[in-house]
Design a protein around this ligand. Sequence first.
Ligand code: GLY
Length: 565
Amino acid sequence: MKKLFALCIISLLVIQCKESKKNTQKIKRGLVSNNAMVVCARPEASAIGIAIMKQGGNAFDAMIATDLALCVAYPFAGNIGGGGFMVYRTKEGKTGALDYREKAPMAATKNMYLDKKDNIIKGKSTLGAMAIGIPGTIAGLFKVHKKFGSLPFEKLIQPAIDLAKKGVVVTKKQAERLNKYKKYFAQANDHTILLDKDWQEGDTIKYPNLAKTFMRIKNSGKDGFYKGKTADMLVSYVQKLGGVITKKDLESYNAKWRKPIVFTYKDLKIISMSPPSSGGICDAQIFKAIEPYDIASYGHNSVKAIQLITEAERRAFADRSFFLGDPDFVKIPIDTLISAKYVQKRMANFSWDKATLSADVTHGNIVGYESNETTHYSIVDKFGNAVAVTTTLNGAYGSKVYVSDGGFFLNNEMDDFSAKPGTPNMFGLLGAEANSIKPEKRMLSSMTPTIVEKKGVLFMVVGSPGGSTIITSVMQTILNVYEFGFGMQEAVDAPRFHHQWLPDVVVLEPTGFDSILVKKLEAKGYPIKQNKTRIIGKVDAILLLPDGRLEGGADYRGDDEAVGF
Ligand code: GLY
């Protein structure tokens, strides 16, 4: 009896110790601002978004200006030749989502990436003119402006025009990227493009033709991209390279308002992107799977925390590959997929002793019845509006097809379709019929722009690039703050890991996980990949501190920066 009493006391002390560490640990904060903040992939673009808000613009105005500035400052993923998703929460607490994802061209066919023997034609969906989906970005920005803009569009696009004319200084990371992809620019185009040089840190790149395209958009609105000179340049160049995009494809593109995925995790309300992105549903499933467990008591990136999250991810990604696709084309049992009952039933065979094999996991049974070459930014304005946007060309510089006269790259988003069931795409993701190619269908995404409320109040704005690892990165960043007591910058900096059902491997970032932990996981049957792994996600996030100020988390893994006032 005495022994039992002593054991209880020791357990209580251990729990208290862990709790007090969580509450008292010194938080190393990122940039803290009183009024408004933009966190994105380049300081030039963050500064432009902030300048718009200083002029009285709201978060939506800042979104438009930041997005356009990223086209200039971050051509790696910032784009007018791609697409994206936005999740918002207004100062009144109203939430919504915008889908400006690319669509398959009207001439697309289910087997367009297969040869006569039904084998995938290597590179056809990733490099060159056949890889391109109909771009949605400009349609999306005008849709946002119509509903929420408070400043004239001309004023929002002007800073990007000025930046394109003035030029952007090349960073070390940017020079490395440009030089790495140079050979692909030559393969995808029929001439030497502006970016096809040996770049060095400190060089300046000016984009005069992009400035002219922006001028046409400034003067003619959405038609400045989807009709007239820009459309002519785009279509004639893509067709010259053997692509199938027509002027009709461009003219008929439309961005769509969607109902976001909304779910609770303990006392958080999480608002995230709905299909055609898989992000919101996958994260809802992962959070619902781990909710019954006291993950904070296991410790950040502990064996138990990694096990639990991995098993939740395994099951969520298996469902993703079977059920998810463009909701305009496939029926998705969303309510069931994100219900605690369904998800927790999927976790019933999880064991602390031994990893579940992905080979033994398939999608759930529902009766009756989806790299770092993307970019995310988070914005909060002084009024309390919050905007989370993830936008992409898909691969680095997209298809590498560069409309030189227009000054922009075109995406290779067609690779996000399931070109052949059972054959992975560039992110190793498998797909099924739900994500098969059809004319005008949107390809499944992993982009997860997300806004979190705590007790009814704005708590966090978060998102990441990284293909399938976006889902993981967003979820781990929220957990780092909410469960493990990290500040926003600390949560972004923390090492991340990833599992996506297949391939059956837990990927760890190269640094931050010691060999003892790796051995313990391997002993339980988790295959680990750590050496030569890439960074996982590149999170840009904003946290509302208890005193009402904003803390930015800008990912050190890129050139990302928070700017605020
Ligand atoms: N192109 C990456 C994604 O949409 O998930």
